[in-house]
Design a protein around this ligand. Structure first.
Ligand code: PLP
Length: 237
């Protein structure tokens, strides 16, 4: 893997800007940035960027496509980069569960019972315990991923009943064309609902490059930030 000096400087600058935004957002919300995990979304960017990020102290990376994630995960392992935690954040087909269970540490996009069943079987077979966040749809348009708010407990219960899965919290994406502060305002309530089921289910994954301040104001513990750190993504092929 190459870690060209120019790219390293670019990534370091992006990361520094985002870390400043996180500090400011936490200060504005009266929170400590030590309770916030920055997951850098590396989709479409090469494994060499992950090596740079790891060198800059990033411990958590996010990917949204299984094929791409497998390839980069294997490249990183081959390069001796094993200290990184892999977050799967994209829509997940049940037939990809077996693959994802082999490399992912956390799946943020658990949004239907069939997927819970597939992940439970896959992680059991892989001899791993997969951390799961239940993804909710904040505008009820489940075609874009996420379950209906009223299905949160049912899905969380399905995760809790699988020994190879660990319920860790809730995940949401702000709907398009909606004030993210208004959209994310429901997050503390969703968190409380999960904490009633399991005291370890208090994580809140919300906030991307454009709305991380709103997410921090509404209690996000995990930000998923791509372009603000790594620059614009090349168009999907
Ligand atoms: C791509 C992606 C992100 C990161 O988006 P940016 O706007 O680049 O920060 C966050 N969450 C999910 C689910 C994504 O697919």
């Amino acid at each position: 893997m190459t870690t060209g000096g120019d790219r390293r400087a670019e990534v370091a600058a992006g990361l520094a800007r985002v870390r400043e935004r996180v500090e400011a957002g936490c200060a504005a919300a009266g929170r400590s940035s030590s309770e916030v995990c920055l997951v850098v979304v590396t989709k479409t960017h090469p494994a060499s960027d992950i090596a740079i990020l790891a060198d800059l102290g990033v411990r958590d990376v996010g990917e949204n496509r299984d094929q791409e994630a497998v390839r980069k995960h294997d490249e990183c392992v081959e390069a001796g980069l094993t200290a990184v935690r892999w977050h799967f954040i994209g829509r997940l087909q049940t037939n990809k569960a077996r693959s994802v269970a082999r490399y992912a540490d956390v799946v943020h996009s658990v949004d239907r019972e069939r997927l819970v069943t597939a992940l439970a079987t896959a992680s059991h077979e892989a001899g791993r315990r997969l951390e799961c966040l239940v993804q909710v749809s904040l505008d009820g348009d489940v075609s874009r991923g996420g379950c209906r708010l009223e299905d949160l407990e049912a899905l969380a219960g399905a995760v809790l009943s699988a020994p190879s899965l660990a319920l860790r919290g809730v995940m949401a994406v702000a709907p398009l064309d909606v004030d993210p502060y208004a959209a994310f305002a429901v997050l503390p309530d969703l968190r409380e609902r999960l904490l009633r089921l399991d005291p370890d289910a208090g994580l809140v994954s919300a906030g991307m490059s454009g709305d991380l301040e709103a997410a921090l104001a509404c209690g996000a513990t995990h930000l998923r930030v791509g372009s603000a750190v790594l620059g614009a993504r090349p168009p999907l092929g």
